[in-house]
Design a protein around this ligand. Structure first.
Ligand code: GLN
Length: 387
């Protein structure tokens, strides 16, 4: 796809696989377990808060760093769930989704030639963001069946040029939730090599069984060198609202705020008020969200296992990364094309999540952030898929 007007920095990046698979699913009448967006509504009380904010004249530019009401709610949420003390005035910046926060971090902290460590598979914006900012991505591959970081490979990734590590837990697409030993190793290496940590924690409330979400920022020595990022989309099933945030020390926030003012300047004002209300929902809301997703995870796992796909139970997030090694397809792209056209189910081939493309060619991502009837329709169709 060459285009003489397109800047060189964009050549070589095809359109997002998520949009492509959603369009294909629609065209084929397939059940869409590809793009990770809920096909059900977020809480009515939060939608009502958005309507009220619009009626109450919260419709002009927000304060660039975020409306104080939302920044307070973000700080209180951090205190409630993690015992993390956050100063809402100086240690929080509101962004247009976590994706904007990560883009801002790339441009706020990376100098040309800096190395940035990330776990692959990595969410599809990370590598282009790093490269556009002039950074050099250094992937540490999470491999099946466990998709956990190998401590030696992680250590070997750090060096004198390492500027930053981008950590995503719970992890999209593997479902890995980093445990204390893994977070301790990351914390130790960040300090040994004087590295900044950015954490993408957008699935913080979608965790299963005994898994617990922990913040790297709370490890000894890490508060001053970590920016914790999250968003409302996944926790409140409102992915289209695009409200995210970063939490971290003032010195890092000032860099983020500087770049944020040159991008979107401020995020959508009424939605900030609504998300402030959402973050104050009672504990029961978050427990129900977890339970609802855990039941869906178990249902989809069983449906996938019956086909002969090898699927590990994810500890968090709302994806299952399944292996196609028992199927006669060399590449997940071909498998996904067959699946959407012949079986009527859309999934995501995760090549876009990899620098080392070969590592992902036998893996396919399914999402379970869907209504029961959607999952049941998918399961009915998957019966026709046999290894
Ligand atoms: N985060 C979602 C996913 O992984 C949606 C990504 C997107 O559409 N950009 O599917």
């Amino acid at each position: 796809m060459s285009n003489r007007w397109m800047a060189a920095r964009l050549q070589g990046y095809p359109p997002s696989v998520f949009a492509e698979m959603s369009a294909l699913a629609k065209a084929r009448g397939a059940v869409n377990l590809g793009q990770g967006f809920p096909d059900f509504e977020g809480p009515e009380i939060v939608k009502q808060a958005a309507r009220a904010a619009i009626s109450e004249h919260h419709n002009q530019y927000a304060i660039s760093a975020g409306e104080p009401e939302l920044r307070r709610a973000i700080a209180d949420h951090a205190q409630r769930f993690y015992g993390q003390a956050v100063d809402p005035d100086h240690e929080v910046t509101v962004t247009s989704g976590c994706s904007e926060a990560i883009w801002c971090a790339a441009f706020a902290f990376i100098n040309p030639g800096d190395e940035v460590i990330l776990f692959e598979p990595a969410f599809d914006t990370y590598v282009p963001n790093i490269r556009m900012a002039g950074g050099v991505p250094v992937p540490v591959t999470l491999r099946p069946p466990d998709f956990r970081p190998d401590p030696d490979e992680l250590r070997a990734a750090f060096g004198p040029k390492t500027r930053l590590i981008l950590v995503n837990t719970p992890h999209n697409p593997t479902g890995t939730v980093l445990n204390p030993a893994e977070l301790s190793l990351i914390a130790e290496l960040c300090q040994e090599f004087d590295v900044l940590a950015i954490t993408d924690e957008v699935y913080e409330h979608i965790i299963f069984g005994d898994a617990r979400h922990r913040r790297l920022a709370q490890w000894p020595g890490m508060a001053e060198r970590t920016l914790t990022m999250s968003s409302a989309g996944k926790s409140f099933s409102l992915t289209g609202w695009k409200i995210g945030w970063t939490i971290g020390p003032e010195a890092l926030q000032s860099a983020i705020r500087r770049i944020h003012q040159f991008t979107v300047f401020a995020s959508v004002t009424p939605m900030q008020y609504a998300i402030a209300a959402a973050l104050r929902l009672p504990d029961g809301y978050f427990a129900e969200l977890r339970a609802a997703y855990q039941a869906r995870r178990d249902f989809l796992l069983e449906a996938l296992a019956a086909t002969g796909l090898t699927a590990r139970s994810p500890e968090g997030a709302y994806f299952i990364l399944a292996g196609i090694e028992r199927f006669p397809f060399d590449h997940a792209d071909d498998f996904c094309r067959y699946l959407v056209t012949e079986i009527g189910v859309a999934a995501i081939p995760p090549a876009t999540f990899y620098i080392h493309q070969a590592e992902g060619k036998q893996l396919v991502r399914f999402t379970f952030c869907k209504r029961w009837e959607t999952l049941e329709a998918a399961a009915e169709r998957l019966v026709r898929l046999r290894a």
